[in-house]
Design a protein around this ligand. Structure first.
Ligand code: ZN
Length: 453
């Protein structure tokens, strides 16, 4: 385009009426804005990943402005995330995502979002056999699906991390039911080593192990080694730690697969396929569990039954534990060594205690009349943790007892529990192969034992 044509164009532009010139300028501006505007995907992502630094109400209003998201768009977006891969397709919802902040309570969130306390109790009722909503932590996300016409809550998703999510879905006017999604993902191993300087605890923490892991190592080894007398400055250790990864992201779950202490009193521990730890000779390092959470055996009034049907609704309402017919005030005992991870009062489960035994086993004791332990307390097998009772939704006094292995409830009366024995002779070869594999992992790692200060 020559200079002359440009001049002519410019003259032509000036001869246009003012109204037309402004109109054209405005349309050009709109075109630029549209081209530069963030895509839908970005807007959706912003709504899902609420920046933690924002106040929750602001963040919520931000996401409300962009709602409603259609199911199809949401499903497409989340499939990439490995989140909620199986959202059922029935119509569109108004969806609100809420990231839990410290100090948030479920009831406070339901109030703020105007979801109704009735719906909350219906969901808590469905959660009685799971109790996933009793430990909401900052960073967990809730997603609410409301009927756009009635505003009624139809579904709520709890997203703990990429490996664990729960959906509560309405199936009639009064009831919700849950679907739990546990993803195993990958567990890449890492070897962590160090030299002991000062206490084992401090040296292991400096090497990169967390509090929970050091506590577990100490508990596993304390029967075979005296950490105060038998470990000296200059001794070294190495640990194989596996960490759960899902879609390339760490979930925060870890497990210890091998421990070796070298020096004056060498010791080792290896995690075998049966979930128990053994020393190199195949002798168990775990303290045994008791089968019954009481001094004497009480009658089982209701057994573990994942397929139990609700007497009224006829839907599957799993019974994730064993009920013992116990009078109120009967001492309840922890079945294994561990740490008290929950002391709660639930509208349906009543007063209950949860104890974590290492990384694989967890027990729960519900409907207690009194709780005799505090959160974070260390307990030994057979310690009194409470008195049985009839708190929560019960027809009479009893103890509801649960055993979970790797996050899943199992039949406490039948599950294989650590009995503090050696590797069974028919498993001996497999165990020796496992030890070889783990030792190769350590040797290939070029772990450094230089003191970590
Ligand atoms: Zn029960």
């Amino acid at each position: 385009m020559g200079v002359r044509q440009v001049r002519r164009l410019h003259r032509g532009w000036q001869t246009l009426p003012n109204l037309h010139r402004h109109g054209i300028s405005f349309l050009a501006l709109v075109l630029v804005v549209v081209l530069l505007w963030p895509t839908e995907d970005k807007a959706l992502e912003a709504a899902i990943y609420l920046p933690p630094e924002l106040s929750h109400l602001d963040a919520l209003n931000g996401s409300l402005n962009r709602t409603p998201f259609t199911e199809d768009r949401l499903r497409e977006r989340l499939r990439g995330e490995g989140m909620y891969g199986d959202i059922p397709s029935h119509g569109d919802y108004d969806i609100v995502t809420y990231e839990i902040g410290s100090g948030d309570s479920l009831s406070g969130i339901f109030d703020r979002l105007d979801l109704g306390q009735t719906a909350m109790y219906q969901i808590l009722s469905a959660d009685e056999s799971l109790l996933a909503l009793d430990v909401l932590r900052a960073g967990h996300r809730l997603k609410f699906y409301k009927d756009p016409d009635s505003g009624r809550l139809e579904r709520m998703d709890l997203y703990v991390h990429a490996g664990y999510q729960v959906s509560y879905e309405r199936f009639d006017d009064h009831n919700f039911e849950y679907t739990e999604t546990l993803v195993e993902g990958d567990w890449p191993q890492r070897v962590i080593g160090g030299e002991i300087n000062g206490s084992f605890y401090v040296s292991a923490r400096n090497a990169g192990l967390n509090d929970r892991e050091v506590a577990e190592i100490t508990r596993l080894m304390e029967d075979s080694i005296d950490f105060r007398r038998e470990i000296r400055a200059g001794d070294t250790f190495d640990v194989i730690r596996a960490e759960q990864m899902i879609n390339g992201r760490a979930t925060g779950r870890t497990r210890i697969e091998a421990i070796r202490i070298h020096g004056h009193s060498p010791r080792s521990a290896f995690l075998f396929d049966d979930g128990n730890y053994y020393d190199q000779e195949g002798e168990s390092l775990q303290r045994a569990f008791m089968r019954y959470p009481s001094n004497t055996r009480y009658r089982v009034s209701s057994s573990f039954n994942p397929q139990r049907r609700h007497p009224v609704t006829g839907r599957v309402a799993p019974h994730n534990g064993t009920d013992f017919a116990m009078n109120t005030g009967t001492p309840v005992l922890t079945t294994g060594d561990g740490v008290v991870t929950r002391v709660e009062n639930h509208p349906f489960a009543g007063k209950y205690v949860e104890i974590q035994h290492g990384t694989r086993f967890t027990t729960r004791y519900m409907h207690l009349d009194r709780i005799l332990v505090r959160h974070g307390q260390t307990v030994s097998r057979g310690d009194r943790i409470g008195l049985s009772g009839a708190t929560g939704r019960v027809t009479g006094p009893h103890l509801h007892f649960e055993l979970h292995v790797n996050g899943r409830p199992v039949d406490p009366m039948r599950a294989e529990i650590p009995m503090a024995e050696s590797v069974p002779s028919d498993q001996r070869e497999a165990f020796e192969r496992r030890v070889e594999e783990l030792l190769v992992v350590v040797e290939d790692s070029n772990v450094q034992y230089a003191a970590n200060r």
